[in-house]
Design a protein around this ligand. Structure first.
Ligand SMILES: Nc1ncnc2c1ncn2[C@@H]1O[C@H](COP(=O)(O)OP(=O)(O)OP(=O)(O)O)[C@@H](O)[C@H]1O
Length: 277
């Protein structure tokens, strides 16, 4: 597998703090993977995002993007490879219409108007929001707003999309739509997804999870292997996934296969039990 981001021994302490927010952290992220970074409030997730996006500079250690170690000279170039979707879609809107918003990143790139119109259409089509081009973004639902924000990011053709708690303000339906869309886009547009969240429930579609605590990686593995840690996830300030709690409870009264079961697998097992009754 080809690396797209390689972080080595990264350390960062805020000027007015004594303890490092990121503490000797090393992590490789691979092309086209969906990596979830989970951790409780204050574990260092946002700081890591800011370091990757070059908004703050590490005290020590390196970050390489696409094989090049980031420095003051190439940071602007590296940043064009990254798109970030933030938590609150309202904070990302600047235009009076959906298409103006999607245009924003392209205007910053100085793209000619004709090409810009094509790119806006392409991006809105990818997130299934073409019918909303002339709408005021404020009139959309939370999930629709996040899809427009994703279109704005896709229009600039990044290789890496960082989702910084981007579904935490959405209702369950909106969240599912956005996460399914991100999965589809990852596959079709060959994107690398880094999703940052304090909510373990949001990681089911990712290929790999790293758990961070006090600025360090404390666990790493596939979603199934991380969910298998079960109640011990609370050690890192995380909640045990609902389906894992349910499986533990059900195991007291019914026979279920060993290890973690996803919601779908659990449903299948319960149907089997039900039809054998
Ligand atoms: N501007 C700042 N100045 C000083 N300390 C900071 C600053 N921003 C964050 N910190 C500290 O750095 C540590 C990591 O914070 P960070 O915001 O990266 O965590 P987080 O995991 O993103 O948390 P949250 O989920 O609450 O956003 C915390 O101890 C926090 O108090």
């Amino acid at each position: 597998m080809e690396k797209i981001i390689s972080i080595k021994n990264l350390t960062y302490t805020y000027p007015d703090s004594k303890t490092p927010a990121i503490n000797d952290l090393s992590l490789d992220i691979y092309k086209n993977e969906w990596l979830s970074i989970v951790g409780k409030n204050g574990s260092g997730k946002s700081t890591l995002t800011k370091l990757i996006d070059g908004l703050i500079e590490a005290d020590s250690g390196t970050i390489a993007i696409d094989g090049e170690i980031i420095n003051e000279e190439n940071i602007w170039d590296a940043r064009t490879k990254i798109g970030i979707i933030f938590q609150n879609p309202d904070h990302q809107f600047v235009g009076a219409t959906v298409e103006d918003d999607v245009a924003f990143g392209l205007e910053n790139q100085g793209m000619p108007r004709e090409q810009m119109v094509k790119e806006i259409d392409r991006a809105l089509d990818l997130v299934k929001m073409s019918g909303f081009k002339t709408r005021d973004p404020q009139s959309l639902s939370g999930g629709q707003k996040q899809r427009v924000a994703i279109a704005g990011v896709l229009a600039t053709k990044p290789q890496i999309v960082i989702m910084d708690e981007s579904t935490s303000m959405l209702d369950p339906d909106g969240r599912k739509t956005v996460l399914d869309l991100v999965q589809k886009l990852r596959q079709e547009q060959d994107l690398t997804i880094i999703s940052i969240t304090h909510d373990i429930e949001e990681t089911e579609l990712s290929q790999r999870i790293v758990v961070i605590n006090d600025g360090k990686i404390v666990q790493e593995g596939t979603p199934a292997s991380i969910y298998d840690i079960g109640p011990n996830l609370t050690k890192f300030g995380l909640e045990e996934p609902f389906s894992s709690q349910l499986v533990q409870t059900l195991r007291d009264s019914v026979k279920l296969p060993e290890g973690y079961l996803s919601e779908e697998e659990l449903k299948e097992q319960l149907w089997k039990l039900h039809s054998n009754m």
